[in-house]
Ligand binder design. Structure first.
Ligand SMILES: Nc1ncnc2c1ncn2[C@@H]1O[C@H](COP(=O)(O)OP(=O)(O)OP(=O)(O)O)[C@@H](O)[C@H]1O
Ligand SMILES: [Mg+2]
Length: 349
């Protein structure tokens, strides 16, 4: 039996490709498009074939000019990171290759880029945040040792003092040293790796809820929207409690009077370079004042705060804890509605 019979026909290869491929004639009408192109532009090829290609994408005049030029002069070219608008209104960033294959046929290849661009941007931000945290940890470490000595010396001095009034000064030194030590400990961040075991995410949420209620925030209503069917996940519940608590406290401090704690599952989640089939998604929704546009890119960096009494460590710590679970924290915010989303993969990548 010849190999020939078993080979996939070249035409079928086009049908199986994940890159969108289109063929235009000399009137820039669609002669062919593969399923990937149907998918990308959200059109049905039965309906669109024979129509002008501008029926499928909103093309700028210069683009038409390029295509015509490629046909006339039998050229090929690639445009990178071009913005296209599909006829359903969806805007996308694409790499666009045009090849004239005859006087009357143009082959187009369109590769969507915005997903890659977004991932690269996220990766870069995460790396920068990690670097900032490392720098801070190093500094905190350097402060911690002399601080211990300082406090010890004040304590010794106090035991030598007979005048009660003078002891007030040593008390101030010790109190301030303790305060600084607390801060430095928070700057150091979580110092142990997660102790993972199977837990139910709602135990975490309920724990946070009781803590926040015990902190006496009577003006805030905490609303539960749980999906009880979420399977258990392998995680360190103490660390997740800390992470979610930091988010909910921020929501309380944003002046919100209603905070929703929502749990869901989400399919096909990309976190950094990894893709997971299933993840737990927690949304902390508040109706507070929102985050200023000028602060949005920075809030996950340590020591970045918008509150006079804030230390700016809450989000950076929460992100570290969640990253240690291969997860990520993201947010969207406008005045009156801020949503912090915590994604935790339910299985290995
Ligand atoms: N839900 C929210 N609504 C409005 N602004 C927020 C919200 N969450 C965070 N922010 C902004 O992001 C900043 C950084 O938050 P982060 O938790 O890291 O630090 P902090 O709350 O200022 O201090 P800390 O948590 O260390 O006490 C906040 O100061 C606030 O300006
Ligand atoms: Mg905070």
């Amino acid at each position: 039996m010849s190999d020939e019979k078993q080979r996939v026909q070249p035409a079928r290869l086009l049908e199986m490709q994940s890159t969108a491929v289109l063929l235009l004639d000399d009137a820039l009408q669609l002669r062919y498009l593969n399923p990937a192109a149907e998918n990308l532009f959200q059109v049905s090829r039965r309906r669109i074939i024979g129509q002008a290609w501008s029926a499928m994408v909103l093309v700028s005049e210069s683009m038409e000019g390029y295509l015509q030029d490629a046909l006339d002069r039998q050229l090929s070219f690639t445009e990178r990171e071009l913005e296209l608008c599909a006829s359903n209104g969806q805007v996308m960033i694409v790499d666009f290759t045009v090849a004239a294959i005859s006087r009357s046929e143009l082959l187009l290849e369109v590769v969507r880029r915005d997903r890659y661009i977004r991932i690269a941007h996220e990766e870069q931000l995460l790396a920068q945040q990690r670097a900032a945290r490392e720098l801070l940890r190093g500094m905190a470490h350097e402060i911690k040792n002399p601080l211990g000595g300082l406090r010890g010396a004040a304590q010794l001095l106090e035991s030598e003092l007979e005048d009660e009034e003078q002891k007030e000064y040593t008390q101030v030194i010790m109190r301030e040293a303790d305060r600084l030590r607390n801060l430095v400990d928070r700057m150091l961040g979580p110092n142990n790796l997660p102790q993972k075991q199977m837990i139910n995410i709602h135990q975490v949420l309920e724990h946070v809820r009781s803590l926040v209620e015990a902190e006496g925030n009577e003006t805030v209503q905490l609303v539960r929207e749980y999906d009880p069917s979420i399977p258990d996940l392998c995680a360190d519940s103490e660390q997740l409690i800390q992470a979610v608590l930091n988010l909910v406290r921020n929501a309380v401090q944003s002046g919100a009077d209603r905070i929703i704690l929502r749990s869901r599952t989400q399919r096909q989640v990309t976190i950094g370079q990894e893709r997971y089939r299933l993840a737990v998604r927690l949304d902390i929704v508040d109706n507070g004042k929102g985050i200023d546009d000028t602060m949005k890119e920075q809030i996950f960096y340590p020591m970045v705060t918008g509150r006079p009494e804030g230390t700016g460590l809450g989000l950076s710590m929460a992100q570290t804890l969640v990253n240690q679970h291969n997860g990520i924290i993201e947010f969207v915010s406008e005045p009156g509605q801020t949503v912090f989303t915590l994604l935790l993969p339910l299985e290995e990548a």
